[in-house]
Ligand binder design. Sequence first.
Ligand SMILES: Nc1nc2c(c(=O)[nH]1)N[C@H]1C(S)=C(S)[C@@H](COP(=O)(O)O)O[C@H]1N2
Ligand SMILES: [Mo]
Length: 259
Amino acid sequence: MKNQKKTKQPLTIDQKIKRRNFLSLGVFALGSAAAYKGWRWLSTSAEELTGVTGGAQVPLRRALNKTELFFRNFFSRNHLVKTYPKAMAAKNVRQNSDIGLESDIVLADWKMEVKRANGELMYITMDQIKTLPKTEIVYDFKCVEGWDQIQYWGGLKMLDFIEHFGLAEETKTQYMGLMTPDKEYQVGLDMDSAIHPQTILAYEMNGQPIPLNHGAPLRLIIPVKYGIKNLKRIGYMTFSNTRPPDYWAREGYDYYSGL
Ligand SMILES: Nc1nc2c(c(=O)[nH]1)N[C@H]1C(S)=C(S)[C@@H](COP(=O)(O)O)O[C@H]1N2
Ligand SMILES: [Mo]
């Protein structure tokens, strides 16, 4: 009897293809399982604190904050927004939305409430603000809705305000919060932007007192931010290490909203 030695036959093309398919299917399955696990990890991870921003998973927000921090460091305090000659400023200044401006206001009675770090409240009048040196700026105002306009604003530089009213200690916190007198519209600002040298507490537009629909008697002009952060009709100012309420961030817009 012949020794029936079983020699290993080379694989046919067909067999090779089958084997490849089997292997790649396996790799694909493993990859999918990993992706699924990753997705499950993200989607079942805790959501960030409600009411602060639009709502995202904590790890996602952590990544977003890292990106924000990168840009915050990149556009340091000394990065200045481009300015223009007064002659280029728009005569018909665009008006956009009036949340928090619906209630009546007696301009003569207006005061801004400032809450100090120790909880003490200060009430500041327009007379106090107007006796200080005025700062003017002509720059390109940008709204997230897609329009921009070169505008001319005048008022008290935030840095001068901080210095005059002895709020330097307060600015060591991470955020400044502003609200309209009825608290309907709020913005939260990272401190670097709030005290950026071009940020002003504005009371003039095109050299005239600001009209009611543009935020009389006092509004924020913060050229390093989109329009949404330029709160009209300031009623309250706070300082904190946690994010202050922010109307549009709550609706899902970027909290930082920088340019
Ligand atoms: N109180 C208050 N401030 C506000 C708003 C608002 O609705 N209410 N809208 C913001 C937006 S989205 C923009 S673009 C600017 C528009 O300012 P303007 O009306 O003077 O053009 O104000 C910002 N400040
Ligand atoms: Mo806007």
